[in-house]
Write a protein that binds this ligand. Structure first.
Ligand code: KG4
Ligand code: ZN
Length: 352
């Protein structure tokens, strides 16, 4: 179990009577996370009081992917423990929280249920607001973390389960421009890493080897170049057919060529969409946005096209509850509330 914490050492009791406190759970996949955020005011953005993440990567690594039953059993053990730690780090009492939030989808049903059930229980027990948050909305808004306003932008969400470009007008106003028709970018990294005998998750493993390799050594497919949608399963198949033909020390060059093929498509489709929809700000979020080559080439391309780029901070890219708390706070400020009767939805859509 790998754990990490982010909190302010000088956290003090509520700043003003209007700065609301949100406590959020994230249990959609293989990370258990709890965060506490204090809302900002007209002059300052929200302030993170605690963010606890327990990653189950080690538990799932031996199976080469996430096992739902193992994930939910781990969430059951970790969630109450992280809740206690977050409350201690934030130096607040649970009764002071104004809204309890949880990721309600998309994700694994048996995992989503745990965070959502605890948040609902707390909301009922303390007679406070419950807020169901879409995991993708958490990623989507994370480049603005800590700010008080969301600007119109073209957002690329790249995670293990999703790859999409979204036109964002304001909080809750989203139009999906492109989405993957098969594998997500992170899934492609993970599946190709498995073919190469590398560990899970595959993205960081491939990135590490790619640093020593030649990205032009193997000519791998860039699928659906004429479409706004993405497809990465052809790349995986191409690597599967390529590998038996290779001899010698090819690993770094294959990794660099795979990374180049994925990053190339992500950058060009994002830039094309930003230009087509006349947007001057590009945002990038989700686990794959940790990738330094994606950040480097997206930065270059945005500069070339006169676009501003905002990426989520690396600690906010992979799954965490701070992004869920931030999305919940923004929704709360626009008057959104959820019913405790609202069910989790493993296929929850971000927009129609
Ligand atoms: O957002 P995330 O933590 O979980 C989902 O919501 O799916 O993303 C996890 C994905 C995994 O597929 C992992 O391989 C990928 O993000 N990832 C990376 C890197 N770090 C994580 N992919 C490429 N390069 C990285 N450095
Ligand atoms: Zn995610």
């Amino acid at each position: 179990m790998r754990e990490s914490s982010h909190h302010l050492n000088n956290a003090s009791p509520a700043r003003t009577s209007t700065s609301r406190l949100v406590l959020a759970f994230e249990t959609s996949c293989d990370e258990t996370a709890v965060a506490i955020l204090r809302g900002g005011n007209r002059h300052s953005g929200p302030e993170l009081l605690a963010s606890e993440v327990a990653s189950q990567i080690a538990e799932h690594e031996k199976f080469g992917g996430v096992v739902p039953e193992v994930a939910s059993r781990n969430h059951l053990v970790q969630a109450p423990r992280l809740l206690e730690r977050a409350v201690g780090a934030a130096k607040i009492g649970l009764a002071q929280i104004d809204a309890f939030a949880a990721t309600s989808g998309p994700g694994l049903a048996s995992s989503l249920m745990i965070g959502a059930s605890i948040a609902k229980g707390l909301a009922i027990g303390f007679s406070k607001t419950y807020l169901a948050v879409n995991h993708l909305e958490g990623h989507l808004l994370s480049p603005f973390f800590g700010e008080s306003k969301i600007r119109r932008n073209l957002s690329l969400i790249v995670s293990g389960g999703h790859t999409m470009t979204v036109l964002v007008d304001s909080v809750g106003d989203y139009e999906i421009i492109g989405r993957t028709v098969d594998d997500a970018a992170g899934e492609a990294f993970d599946k190709i890493a498995k073919l190469l005998g590398l560990g899970y998750p595959g993205g960081p493993e491939i990135e590490k080897r790619a640093a020593e390799g030649d990205p032009n050594r193997y000519d791998l497919p860039r699928s659906m170049s004429e479409s706004e949608n993405f497809s990465f399963s052809g790349l995986k198949t191409a690597v599967r057919y390529l590998l038996p033909k290779l001899r010698g020390d090819y690993l770094a060059d294959v990794c660099a060529s795979v990374q180049a093929a994925i990053v190339d498509v992500l950058v060009s489709k994002t830039i094309d969409a930003a230009k087509r929809y006349n947007v001057d700000l590009v945002t990038v979020s989700g686990g794959v946005s940790c990738n330094k080559e994606l950040r480097r080439l997206m930065t270059e391309a945005c500069k070339r096209e006169g676009l501003e780029l905002k990426t989520a901070k690396p600690w906010l890219c992979t799954d965490n509850a701070a992004m869920v708390a931030f999305a919940a706070m923004l929704k709360l400020q626009t008057g959104v509330r959820s019913s405790v009767a609202e069910e989790i939805d493993p296929n929850l859509a971000l927009a129609q």
